[in-house]
Ligand binder design. Structure first.
Ligand code: GTP
Ligand code: MG
Length: 584
């Protein structure tokens, strides 16, 4: 019988129709610690169970957000506080140096405070009264940073006045909590939105990321005074999960630019510089000294590794206070442009981020992705797959990159290292999609679409939004949107791809089964997204798999096809339309 095919998962199928049964919400969900108006607005739109681009509030350009955040970070300091502290006295003390705009506390092997002054001068004022510690037998390397240690002159004075300091949460929810929240949700759409709310970066976490980059910039500026250290990747593209790494690059492009513009008279004046044989060697030399600097003088920078022979040389380290695993590269402008593109896609329609987060969590729960480099699919590739899938809907939920290029005006023009990275930067100019499909339907059809995708001959291409013949033999081919001759998933092995396909088919199968009429299960049974995500479920799936005779993928594909043919006539979505992928 069909349902037996997925072994122990049959018990989960009793959760049928759960998505249509309204369940009482046990509590109102709130995104922890979000304070900024922008973040609030984003939360409201991303947390909406509605479909489509219902939020019409003007959205900021990526470059505007970057500029504002960077400037904010430059007025901000990080403080290791004594455990017993009076918040009132602490803030009063700091206010001597100028008004405070914002502050929060968090715990990470100690109590830390992030304090944002209204003016940059307040930071200098505090630095001017700060001393280098004298350390008994050890010696301190003096370094004037924005990372301070606060000690109580008279601890007993404050102990009596201390109140419980509210700490901002910097971690994702535990599996147990996630399970509870998902099981309490009202529908599968609600589950996807709940997962997004729980995992997305909070305002505080985002601030801490920009602050960490800004602190690293201070160190790099000792060598390159006009440099900038810019975050990119999931910390800024809207797809970052709490706990994700912090990708940053040392931007040296601004150095020497102003003087060149201002040059007048009979002479062209250039800096005397040292030449090296190639750009790559220059990058390696720069990262080598910055790596040394972080290792020897960078407060809170530990475990510094210089990985200079990689395709993209980098320095990897942990920033102990923030808990971030950091990857520092140089002049990675194309990656920043990719981040901007993803930011736009994520902001265009409230369903995009909800779907990407769920797919990323699903992939992680089944060990399809890993924090260790290897033959696995990366989160970046998964995001591209979701974007591509949403471009393929009818009508499309997301526009193609080529279309975004046609909307660009002169100021959007962007050529990096000979690659045309032009697309419209003002996302408010992009017409919202008329597609009103539910997240539940999109999740199910994502699994079906990729469970049946002809990976052996087709390539995924978000520039054109349609499959193309694979230009090379890699098992998975996802065209790099800007360096179009490159495959971003070249690392993925055939067995990892097969695992992805198998799990996609199994997940589509589970969701299909939930559509059927079954009695409601006990309230603590995993259903919908919970059934797809929980590691215990993944484990029971793999145990069940061991017992099967035929390969799961083949059997489930056949089952799915039989469901499709029997259900196409009477199944509808909110469009009254159903698109089924049949490209085997
Ligand atoms: P996380 O897994 O949450 O860290 O997602 P991420 O998007 O930050 O991915 P990752 O840290 O692996 O890479 C950071 C950024 O580098 C990505 O967002 C991309 O912009 C870029 N990137 C990653 N992998 C590739 C690749 O294979 N090719 C290209 N061109 N860029 C990549
Ligand atoms: Mg990353």
């Amino acid at each position: 019988m069909a349902a037996r095919g997925v072994g122990k998962l049959t018990l989960l199928h009793r959760c049928a129709q759960r998505s249509r049964v309204l369940r009482p919400a046990h509590r109102l969900l709130s995104c922890p610690g979000t304070v900024a108006a922008d973040a609030k607005r984003e939360e409201q739109s991303s947390g909406s169970a509605k479909t489509g681009s219902e939020d019409r509030t003007p959205k900021k350009r990526f470059s505007e957000v970057q500029k504002e955040r960077r400037e904010q970070a430059q007025r901000t300091i990080l403080i290791l506080c004594p455990n017993k502290i009076s918040e009132k006295k602490f803030l009063k003390y700091l206010s001597q140096h100028g008004p405070i705009n914002n502050h929060f506390f968090f715990e990470s092997f100690g109590l830390y405070a992030v304090v944002e002054f209204c003016q940059k001068e307040s930071v200098t004022s505090l630095q001017n009264v700060t001393r280098t510690p004298s350390l008994g037998t050890e010696a301190a390397i003096p370094f004037r940073s924005r990372f301070f240690n606060f000690k109580l002159k008279n601890p007993s004075n404050q102990t009596s006045e201390q109140s419980c300091i509210p700490c901002s949460n910097q971690s994702p929810p535990s599996n147990k909590k996630l399970f509870e929240l998902l099981c309490d949700a009202e529908s599968i759409d609600d589950q996807l939105n709940t997962l997004l709310k729980e995992f997305q970066l909070t305002e505080e976490n985002t601030k801490l990321r920009y602050l960490t980059c800004s602190l690293i910039e201070d160190i790099a500026a000792a060598y390159f005074p006009d440099c900038a250290v810019r975050p990119f990747g999931s910390s800024v593209n809207g797809f970052g999960k709490l706990g994700c790494d912090l990708d940053m690059f040392l931007d040296l492009d601004e150095i020497g630019k102003f003087s060149a513009q201002k040059a007048s008279g009979n002479f062209l004046v250039e800096f005397q510089v040292k030449n090296v044989p190639s750009e790559r060697i220059a990058t390696q030399k720069i990262l080598s000294v910055i790596g040394e600097c972080l290792d020897h003088f960078g407060p809170g920078c530990v475990g510094v590794q210089k990985i200079l022979n990689a395709r993209c040389p980098l320095v990897r380290f942990s920033h102990q206070a923030s808990g971030f695993q950091c990857d520092l590269t140089t002049n990675n402008r194309i990656a920043l442009k990719s981040s901007e593109l993803l930011y736009i896609y994520g902001a265009l329609d409230s369903r995009v981020r909800a779907l990407v987060f769920s797919i990323r969590c699903w992939a992680r729960a089944h060990s399809l992705t890993s924090s260790i480099p290897g033959a696995w699919i990366t989160n970046f590739s998964l995001t591209m797959m979701v974007i591509f899938f949403l471009q393929r809907r009818s009508p499309p939920i997301l526009p193609t990159l080529d279309y975004l290029k046609t909307l660009a005006d002169a100021e959007d023009k962007c050529i990096i290292e000979g690659h045309n990275c032009t697309f419209i930067c003002d996302l408010n100019q992009i017409k919202p999609s008329g597609n009103t499909e539910t997240l539940e339907l999109l999740l199910k059809e994502f699994f079906e679409y990729f469970g049946n995708f002809a990976f052996n001959k087709n390539s995924i291409n978000i520039r054109q939004g349609r499959e193309q013949n694979k230009p090379e033999a890699s098992p998975l081919h996802i065209q790099n949107p800007f360096e179009t001759s490159l495959n971003i998933s070249k690392n993925v092995s055939q067995s990892q791809l097969q695992k992805f396909v198998d799990l996609a088919r199994e997940s589509a199968w589970i969701l299909h089964q939930e559509d059927k009429d079954h009695p409601s299960p006990p309230s603590n049974q995993p259903w919908g997204l919970a059934a797809l995500l929980l590691p215990s479920v993944a484990k029971s799936m793999s145990n069940a798999k061991k017992k099967r005779k035929k390969p799961a993928s083949e059997r489930i594909k056949n089952l799915l096809e039989s469901i499709k043919s029997s259900s196409t006539e009477n199944s509808t979505n909110t469009n009254g339309k159903r698109t089924v992928s049949t490209q085997a």
